[in-house]
Design a protein around this ligand. Sequence first.
Ligand code: GDP
Ligand code: MG
Length: 444
Amino acid sequence: LGGSISRALQQMSNATVIDEKVLNECLNEISRALLQSDVQFKLVRDMQSNIKKIVNLDDLAAGHNKRKIIQQAIFNELCKMLDPGKPSFTLKKGKPSIVMFVGLQGSGKTTTCTKYAYYHQKKGWKPALVCADTFRAGAFDQLKQNATKAKIPFYGSYMESDPVKIAVEGVERFKKENCDLIIVDTSGRHKQEAALFEEMRQVSEATNPDLVVFVMDSSIGQAAFDQAQAFRQSVSVGAVIVTKMDGHAKGGGALSAVAATKSPVIFIGTGEHMDEFEVFDVKPFVSRLLGMGDWSGFMDKIHEVVPMDQQPELLQKLSEGNFTLRIMYEQFQNLMKMGPIGQVFSMLPGFSSELMPKGREKESQAKIKRYMTMMDSMTNEGKLTLDSTNPKLMNESRMMRIARGSGRPVREVMEMMEEYKRLAKVWSKMKGLKIPKKGEMSAL
Ligand code: GDP
Ligand code: MG
């Protein structure tokens, strides 16, 4: 989906003149991509006509603003399509939170439970997993394997057949063990049937979860609407996680259908592995679909913040898509010099929501300072690691040395490397992009 949409935009950008024909071609291309990913026809049609209303070619001042206005209109319309109009849910620390996962069999609940636990564990939570799926043989083994791999405590039984009993026992045990994020995995059925909903209702009543997460497979596309509604009517679903977005097939349809049920999507699953899991935020997601961050704003900021002599090199590195620890270090340096941080990178998908959440700039600044201290002690490790794009070079003994050298715990070095890997992934998506030079900015 992202590929076709950004290609359509790119083609438009390559056109020398933007007239009605070029605009129509671009919109048709985007519409086709959306329909292919199973977005509802009506939504696509509305999007197309809204954009045409906003982008009245005759009214636009001559030449250079057209592209920008069209891109912005496309961006806004896509955001509208995916925005449930409700803020997404955040857990509060400081007391044990109970999160119950529901969804049909095969939707990815068990996998997603572990990803969710792992994600929060890295952020300093103390998660635990409870297997209340007594329906499917092998359910407990699967959860046990996942949990063991991620070093997360788990609870379950091979003998007990009452899901409510296990759920309650597990929650009680982990409360006593001071876990602050107790995740209850439940069973599914192949179909939405009364027995499933009744079981969910009972488990929910017995464990009194702070949040019920509905897990859904993206490949069902538009059908996501009915499924999400059905679950919402039986249990009080507070958030949705859409899995298998890596399959691409019908992801756009699923996401827009969920948005239409007014349920906030909090994460998307992008693979079978533990770390193939992303926070879902409409704006950065759409930026990425369009194949870019907010480029015009981003470039303006680069020109403003990055010293002149470093600009060409940075842009070159951006278009190569290779992100090294040294680049991260240099950009952190630039950020720190800027004062209020988060301005440049907040324009890039991936940088903003994770590294620098809004309203927590002070914490983020402190974190970046810590990262820099650690990277400072890495210069002693030789140029190799800093200039490599292979995170595997950073083995355990090297991390230990860096921790010792910088006086920080190994956990923080690992956290920094995770951050690095995440940013590198974002950068790699920019590979091959045509990056405008300063003079060309207005043409964007
Ligand atoms: P459950 O029955 O709802 O607990 O679903 P499982 O967690 O057992 O997942 C069913 C299958 O989907 C497994 O083979 C998972 O590896 C796979 N799966 C789950 N999430 C993802 C994802 O985001 N991407 C891909 N490609 N596969 C996934
Ligand atoms: Mg399961």
